[in-house]
Design a protein. Structure first.
Length: 533
């Protein structure tokens, strides 16, 4: 970071060129002549050339640094001379975002909800690099940030002398247009300043230049906010920041070498999940940590049969046992195959696993043997659970809080087709097996999301569900690790009892696609081909 302090009580404006002149001279020297630089790896020197790829600044500083006016009628540097603006009592407003929607969209001819006129104009053209260079040729010469004296100073400039600009993103680019058009129906024109309008160009910028976080001031401003908290002596703010930062760096360096001591760097997260690291079966090795006032409850035999079947049906390690049992039933009859399989499999699996476990070679592991035995009817129930570093709370506790942690979503099958199940968490149940193994289940109320019954509505990227319509009441369980957290907001358009489902990406949680060993082998083969192998 190159610090540049510009003295004075006012913003520098166009006079910023005076302070940038030494920087520009050094950049020219680095680009044209280069500078001798020592390379530690090769222990030799080389001629290094450097260039500015982009600058990081906020929107007002963009105007000072580049010369593009960010507060006038053509404040949008992307729309350039095609910017749509409206002047209201000295303030410029940037509305008419219907230009960006498709030409056949019904909002194009909607005069009641917008400005009373049809909007049949094409979107603003996208300026190429050659177009921008052409605008450079018509710029007036500037000396130290000021225009030279001439009598034609206030003449009307033509368009060539105007200012210049130095599978999910496609959806975002379409969605932001719809969002701004919807906002035009609600908010007055004065709401749409330049900062609201430039949001329409962010998806395209991200596609061209990468993440906004690496090109805008957000991470820098957050870091500066941290530095401001270091100030203790307001008469010497820079000295306070430097002293506190050195102390922080020194303590952090020392903490990295402290073993067997809980420090700021090694202490567990607030939402730390549990799990049995020694277990091999996924149902036993869930990263789930129930918490809250636990209560010992004895489940009925019928409820336990439902919960136990769900555990068996979702244990991938016993898939061979399930397939063998289905083949055995198919030899007898194909009638009600799945129903008979669900009813008879637990008993058959217990007998089969016990026989194999008692053999001298023990063909099955201790965990499969424990899973095959009927679980204890006495379960432990909790009010919350931490799963994959995400905190869940049951619905009746959530109702008394300003936050919401009871919404769940899971993927499943309905009538043979994939379906997203939305619901609310009712209970956290720990089912106990022999040898100390346990499985954490979520008992939920599932909202009816059958698209044929119009119980779920998809409006663009929004999904609304009817919380009064429920289904799968006889099959309420899901493994704790199969749940994804969602939030429900009131649907202002449909009203009660409809809720809009909001899915978010939690901190420190990323959806990374899995790669098989075969894929890695293919990548190695590609590298060999590239290297001439």
């Amino acid at each position: 970071m190159m610090t540049l302090l510009v003295p004075g009580p006012k913003a520098p404006g166009k006079k910023l060129d005076v302070y940038l002149r030494p920087l520009v001279d050094e950049l020219k020297e680095l680009w044209e002549n280069g500078v001798q630089t020592y390379d530690k790896m090769s222990e030799s020197t080389f001629n290094m050339h450097a260039a500015v790829m982009w600058t990081i600044n906020d929107f007002p500083a963009y105007g000072n640094f580049s010369g593009w006016s960010t507060h006038d009628r053509l404040a949008c540097p992307v729309c350039n001379e095609d910017t749509s603006y409206t002047r209201l009592r000295g303030k410029y407003c940037f509305i008419e975002h219907r230009r960006y929607i498709p030409m056949n969209h019904p909002w194009r001819k909607n005069t009641k909800d917008f400005n009373g006129r049809h909007e049949m104009r094409q979107p603003p053209r996208k300026f190429s690099g050659d177009n921008i260079l052409d605008q450079f040729d018509y710029l007036l010469p500037r000396v130290l940030g000021k225009h030279p004296n001439n009598k034609d100073r206030k003449r009307n400039r033509n368009s060539e002398e105007l200012n210049w600009m130095n599978k999910n993103l496609d959806k975002l680019e379409e969605s932001i247009v719809i969002i701004l058009c919807k906002l035009e129906k609600i908010f007055p024109p004065a709401f749409f300043d330049a900062m609201v309008h430039v949001a329409i160009h962010l998806p395209r910028e991200a596609k061209l230049a990468g993440s906004v976080g690496y090109r805008w001031m957000y991470p820098v401003e957050r870091l500066l906010g941290t530095y401001k908290k270091y100030v203790r002596n307001k008469a010497r703010p820079k000295g306070s920041i430097a002293e506190a930062y050195i102390a922080y760096e020194s303590s952090t360096f020392c903490l990295m070498y402290l073993c067997d001591v809980e420090t700021e760097l090694t202490r567990p997260e607030r939402n730390s999940d549990g799990g049995d690291p020694s277990a091999k079966l996924l149902v036993f090795a869930q990263k789930a940590h129930p918490f809250g006032g636990h209560l010992m409850v004895e489940m009925s035999k019928e409820d336990m049969e439902v919960a136990y079947w769900y555990i068996l049906d979702n244990c991938d390690e016993i898939e061979d046992f399930r397939n063998d049992h289905i083949e055995l039933l198919e030899r007898e009859s194909h009638d009600n195959l799945q129903r008979r399989h669900r009813k008879l499999f637990p008993k058959w699996f217990r007998h089969k696993a016990t026989t194999l476990y008692n053999q001298e070679l023990r063909s099955v592991s201790e965990e499969i043997f424990a899973l095959a035995q009927c679980p204890d009817l006495r379960t432990v129930q909790y009010i919350g659970c931490v799963v994959n570093d995400i905190r869940y709370l049951v619905a009746h506790v959530d109702q008394n809080r300003t936050t919401q942690n009871s919404g769940v979503m899971t993927l499943g099958l309905h009538n043979g087709e994939s379906c997203e199940f939305y619901g609310s968490l009712v209970n956290v149940i720990k089912v106990q097996f022999k040898r100390g193994f346990k499985v954490v289940l979520f008992k939920c109320h599932w909202y009816n999301t059958d698209a044929k019954g119009k119980k779920v509505i998809h409006d663009y990227n929004l999904t609304s569900v009817n919380i009064n319509s429920q289904w799968y009441g006889s099959d309420p369980y899901v493994l704790a690790t199969q749940a994804h957290q969602v939030f429900y907001m009131d649907d202002l358009k449909l009203g009660h009892p409809w809720r809009v489902v909001q899915r978010i990406q939690h901190r420190h949680v990323w959806d990374v696609p899995k790669r098989d060993d075969d894929d890695e082998d293919d990548d190695e083969d590609d590298d060999d081909d590239y290297n001439g192998g």
